[in-house]
Design a protein around this ligand. Structure first.
Ligand code: IVH
Length: 688
């Protein structure tokens, strides 16, 4: 770094402080970071460097001196008994040797390290008293945290009560154990699919999803999010253990979840080998990690080394640089979704990245484009990380072609030309012309016919064809297309017309809750539709409900209630519902149509994976019709994993690990065959 003048350094420090505070808020409070960890760490390192060079400019309020704060209004804040610090981190192996040298200077004795995965979730501090979970606090600002006990008790991995193992270490009367709450990839993908279904913005990565879920006001919803936990730091007043590893092994013996991947290393070289091995192996893990933590194992040496203002001197994190690729940006498309949100999507020169070829990457919104100062023709860095859709994280300015044009975020809808409006809360641009914008109309049909909704035999291409031939504009139009018109369309034959008409006919038996979901009301996904349908019983009751009445439905918050109110007061929607009703669609809960086939699966929770003789959606409905419950991921509370052909290997592995029975479709059919006594069958199946 070239030596800066005092004035230039003061200006740069002020700017870096402001920037870092903004990113702290995005990360800790909003759970929606706009830059990668790597970029954040670079800013932080620059600030640390400048403060070291100009000590008179280093102030107490600098982000280098305190950890970011995740404190939220809705939870009670409780002071941490021991401050909750962060860890020093580095991206350079060289600096790990320096870390080792600093320890060597402090002691004459030999020491060892505990090498551990750095789990990418949100930090948690659990207190156990008399063997029972007393309290769970988030990191907060490091000195006080949010009390999230009521949510944490719903995470199956966290025991409310501990058990003394025979001959094992005694459980201290009171102690703290800290760790990470994280969301495995599978649960993360499921959650994001649901959010996309509801027209909500997906979480950027599993870490934000975990942090956001932990702060939910509704513990039941939180329980459905599939969170997991790993604990890695034991603290108590009179620590009875000699080493960190002994303490963690004891915690494990009491029933607490700890990492099975930690290893002791007797030298920094051995620690390096651990790092090298996990740099590749970590890609096979079913959860996100962002580095390796190396801790001095001997607790007396830990005490001797102590802490800096922000982090311990006895531990450090080596962070993996996210895999990224550099490639030219060819153009930007502006896509209109069914809810009208306009998303900029970058078209890239195809480039290999973590095993796939990346051609497109999301740019999220206009703010993100401005922040990157992206130009067409720029060489851009693309990252995958935990995200499903790759994203552009930075621009390589040294490669910017001369006269590279700035992209122009449209002021009008790229599809229908209506001026866009900006939703400042979500930093998104919307096309307000929901009635006539072709992309939105087509999006609504694609959603309406989808399997989880009306299950009508029509793919995206068919919807496009019917739309461009002027045959569909409003949802009821689907049911009134003359068959002759269909026969005249390219690619349609007698058989395909019949199949299509059959599926339309069948859709008239689809229960009310799915019809409600199919209407595509903003923020109303599958689960909410079920809750609303069973609460109100009919579309009429729902459309006439007041805000207060809507808010009485469990799981319905203000945003959802407002979305329903706005949808219902629109005259066009009311007419559409009347037309669909006249066609014969179900707009009332029909208790008998709940198709209760038996009680044979009463109290059973089944996870469905792979292909069966019927579609997965039909299989789930069948399970529910037999009184069972379906969930997306295997956990301690799963009764069976129903595995068809090509069942997910991760689910099978998890089931094996947790000792959950895996059953086939044949087993399932036997289990639900008429005349089966559920208890006897359940016993029978316990031997499969
Ligand atoms: S030890 C005094 N061990 O990474 C600090 N932290 O970036 C004790 N983390 O604050 C922390 N995996 O939230 C430790 N195996 C591990 C970890 C770990 C993830 C998190 C933790 C920490 C952050 C630092």
């Amino acid at each position: 770094m070239a030596k800066k003048s005092h004035k230039a350094a003061a200006e740069r420090i002020a700017l870096l402080k402001r920037e870092l505070e903004v990113h702290n808020r995005n990360y800790y409070v909003l759970n929606a970071p706009t830059i990668s960890d790597f970029e954040y760490d670079l800013l932080m390192q620059e600030l640390q460097g400048l403060e070291a060079m100009f000590p008179d400019l280093a102030t107490q309020d600098s982000p280098t001196q305190h950890v970011g704060s995740d404190l939220a209004q809705a939870f009670e804040q409780v002071a941490h008994k021991y401050p909750m610090m962060s860890l020093g981190n580095t991206y350079s192996l060289e600096e790990l040797y320096e870390f080792n040298d600093r320890i060597a200077k402090a002691t004459e004795q030999p020491w060892s390290f505990s090498c551990e995965l750095k789990f990418d979730g949100t930090a948690i501090c659990l207190t156990y008293r008399d063997g029972k979970l007393l309290r769970a606090l988030t990191r907060g600002d490091g000195t006080k945290g949010d009390d999230v006990t009521r949510n944490v008790v719903n995470i199956p991995a966290i025991p409310r009560e501990l058990h003394q193992a025979p001959g094992g270490a005694p459980i201290p009367q009171e102690f703290e154990i800290r760790g990470e709450i994280y969301m495995p990839f599978e649960a993360f993908e499921r959650l994001n699919e649901e959010r996309a279904d509801r027209g909500e913005i997906p979480f950027a990565n599993p870490r934000n999803a975990a942090a956001g879920s932990l702060k939910l006001q509704n513990p039941e919803e939180m329980a459905s999010r599939g969170l997991d936990c790993v604990l890695y730091h034991f603290i108590t007043d009179d620590n009875p253990f000699r080493t960190h590893i002994e303490a963690i092994e004891a915690a494990h013996s009491w029933g607490l979840p700890v990492s099975q991947f930690s290893r002791r290393a007797d030298s920094i070289e051995e620690a390096m080998e651990y790092i090298k091995a996990w740099d590749t192996k970590r890609k096979e893990l079913p959860f996100a990690t962002d580095g390796i933590v190396i801790k001095v194992n001997e607790l007396d040496l830990q005490r001797q080394l102590g802490f800096t203002a922000k982090s311990p001197r006895w531990a450090t994190a080596y962070k993996f640089k996210p895999e990224s690729a550099l490639t030219p940006l060819l153009s930007i498309d502006y896509q209109v979704g069914r809810t009208g949100a306009v998303t900029p999507v970058a078209n890239l020169e195809p480039v290999p990245l973590s095993g796939t070829i990346v051609k497109r990457a999301s740019l999220h919104n206009k703010d993100q484009m401005d922040l990157l100062d992206i130009h067409i023709g720029d060489w851009v860095y693309v990252e995958k990380g935990g995200e499903i859709i790759p994203k552009i994280t930075a621009v390589e300015l040294s490669k910017r072609p001369e006269n590279a044009p700035l992209p122009h975020f449209p002021e009008v809808c790229p599809d229908c030309g209506t001026p866009l409006v900006r939703d400042s809360e979500q930093a998104r641009h919307y096309c307000p012309n929901s009635d006539n914008c072709p992309e939105q109309i087509k999006g609504r049909f694609i959603h309406f016919v989808s399997r989880k909704a009306m299950d009508i035999l029509a793919g995206d291409a068919t919807v496009e064809q019917l739309y461009s031939n002027g045959l569909i504009r409003e949802l009821p139009d689907l049911y009134t297309i003359p068959p002759m018109m269909l026969l005249n369309l390219e690619g349609w034959q007698q058989k395909s017309v019949e199949n299509f008409l059959d599926s339309l006919e069948k859709s008239k038996t689809v229960p009310f809750e799915r019809v409600l979901y199919a209407l595509g009301i903003r923020h109303i996904g599958e689960t909410t539709a079920k809750a609303v349908a069973s609460h109100f019983g009919s579309m009429d009751a729902l459309m006439n409900a007041s805000r207060e009445e809507l808010l009485q439905v469990p799981d319905i918050g203000g945003i959802m209630a407002d979305a329903i109110l706005e949808w219902s007061k629109n005259e066009k929607h009311r007419n559409m519902v009347a037309r669909l009703k006249a066609i014969g669609l179900r707009f009332e809960i029909d208790e008998s149509s709940r198709q209760k086939l038996s009680d044979s699966l009463e109290g059973c929770t089944v996870v469905v994976s792979g292909n069966f003789s019927i579609s997965r959606e039909e299989m789930k409905r069948l399970i529910e019709a037999h009184g069972g419950k379906c969930t997306g991921s295997v956990s301690g509370s799963t009764t069976w994993l129903l595995a068809g052909e090509k069942a997910g290997p991760e689910k099978l592995k998890k089931a094996e690990k947790l000792g959950i029975k895996v059953i086939s479709e044949d087993d399932f059919r036997r289990l639900t065959a008429p005349g089966t006594e559920s208890e006897t069958e359940k016993d029978l199946f316990s031997n499969i």
